[in-house]
Design a protein around this ligand. Structure first.
Ligand code: GLA
Length: 417
């Protein structure tokens, strides 16, 4: 997916431990001062300034299952987008990027009447959210805002969804969308699908909107039932390893995978099988589908069906404190994404391989759509520095790229900072 966001990467690799993330970039007092410098309105009426926030996410397991009506287990993380803003009553939205000074804007009335005509650049995610909120019957307000981010750009950590959720809170009169977080996530997803033109599932917006500081959230993408899945955070850290590679072919390959899944469903339904989505294919049905689907489509289908089972098993294993099982399930998920769904990359494989050899790394796999981006690792707290050292020492020699190792904490969903 061609994701365009106003991110502020600025995270050089550290020498002996995880890379430093400059979280002071998001300090509300700093953002207010920066906004006042960029927007005279904010300086004139500092009392009216509001700061809203929305987190990125890692997906623990359940990859490429959301658009197949399946199960996902993401966690929102404390790398996030914040918008400091002063509301206006002129129906105009203008946003300045803290990192670059780039400015972009639009008229709310134009966006809601002109439909899905895109402008280009990060502002499309703000405008798309405004469009989708209007379509859903939600009120909108204008604002002048300053956008800052600690989410690395184009890294598979859902900076687009974070931008959409932060925008939704910024655009809402009284800074309160007055709607439940799951519905708001669906509205933001509609904006990304119909306005921005990316056919993503619901997982990223769901995680950014419904995240929890105590761990992950399990979502059934068919029923939309969801529940908290706490993580043993006293013992384990969530560590993201960034390949340092730009994501290649992501939009076309993502859409191609979706199309293959839809074709598989059409073939099975045409044969009279009760299959509305790959969610309806059970592991027991798989063997019988070998001759029905071509080999490649069969492998895509097998990944989705088995990944749903792995999500359920991971939730159960976490519940029992069976971390060895969690490690095996992450490994099986990564292998399946590499060999059956074919969305991994040599860089992601190298990161998982390196992490898997470090004592104290409980579980490692690629996270998100793939084709570059990041891995997610569950790591015993006393092994985080060892993992960082090992990745920083071995990965560049294997790939010619500079990785980043980011220790993150689960975070609450979007809201007022
Ligand atoms: C991207 C999409 C999500 C999901 C993942 C793969 O992050 O935005 O909807 O499909 O890829 O699990």
């Amino acid at each position: 997916m061609a994701r365009t966001t106003g991110d502020a990467p600025a995270m050089p690799p550290g020498a002996g431990g995880p890379s430093a993330v400059d979280r002071s970039l998001l300090d509300p007092a700093r953002l207010r001062a920066r906004l006042a410098a960029a927007v005279p309105l904010a300086a004139a009426d500092p009392g009216s300034v509001v700061v809203v926030r929305a987190p990125g996410r890692v997906n623990l397991i359940g990859e490429h299952t959301d658009y197949n009506d399946g199960l996902v287990l993401p966690a929102a993380i404390d790398l996030e987008i914040r918008i400091a803003l002063v509301p206006t009553d002129d129906r105009r939205v203008e946003v300045v990027l803290d990192a670059t000074g780039e400015r972009a804007g639009f008229d709310l009335d134009e966006v809601v009447t002109a439909g899905t005509a895109r402008r280009g650049g990060f502002i499309d995610y703000v405008a798309g959210t405004a469009w989708a909120m209007h379509e859903a019957g939600l009120p909108l307000r204008g604002f002048r805002g300053l956008l800052a981010s600690t989410l690395p750009q184009g890294s598979g950590l859902s900076s687009s969804a974070a931008l959409e959720l932060a925008s939704a809170w910024a655009l809402s009169p009284a800074s309160d969308p007055a709607i439940d977080p799951l519905t708001l996530a669906r509205i933001c997803q509609r904006g990304e699908n119909a306005y921005v033109g990316v056919a993503c599932g619901l997982m990223d917006q769901f995680a950014s909107s419904c995240g929890r500081a105590d761990g992950a959230v399990l979502l059934d993408c068919r029923s939309l039932d969801h529940r908290a899945v706490p993580l043993p955070l006293d013992d384990l850290a969530v560590v993201v390893c960034h390949t340092g590679s730009t994501r290649k072919l992501q939009a076309s390959e993502y859409n191609a995978r979706r199309a293959q899944c839809e074709r598989a469903v059409a073939v099975l339904a045409a044969r009279g099988l009760p299959v509305r989505a790959l969610r309806d294919v059970t592991p027991g049905m798989l063997d019988g589908l070998r001759g029905v689907l071509d080999d490649e489509t069969f492998r895509r289908c097998a990944h989705v069906v088995e990944e749903d089972v792995r999500v359920e098993e991971t939730v159960a294993a976490l519940g029992h404190g069976d971390l060895a099982a969690v490690g095996r399930l992450f490994a099986a998920s990564h292998a399946s994404l590499r060999d059956l769904y074919e969305v991994s990359s040599p860089e992601l494989d190298a990161l998982v391989d390196i992490a898997s050899g470090v004592p104290g790394v409980v579980a490692a796999r690629m996270t998100g759509a793939g084709f570059g981006g990041c891995t997610v690792n569950l790591v015993r707290r006393d092994a985080v520095d060892v993992l960082a050292r090992e990745v920083l020492a071995s990965y560049p020699a294997r790939t010619g790229l500079v990785p980043r190792v980011l220790a993150v904490d689960p975070a609450a969903g979007a809201g007022v900072a």
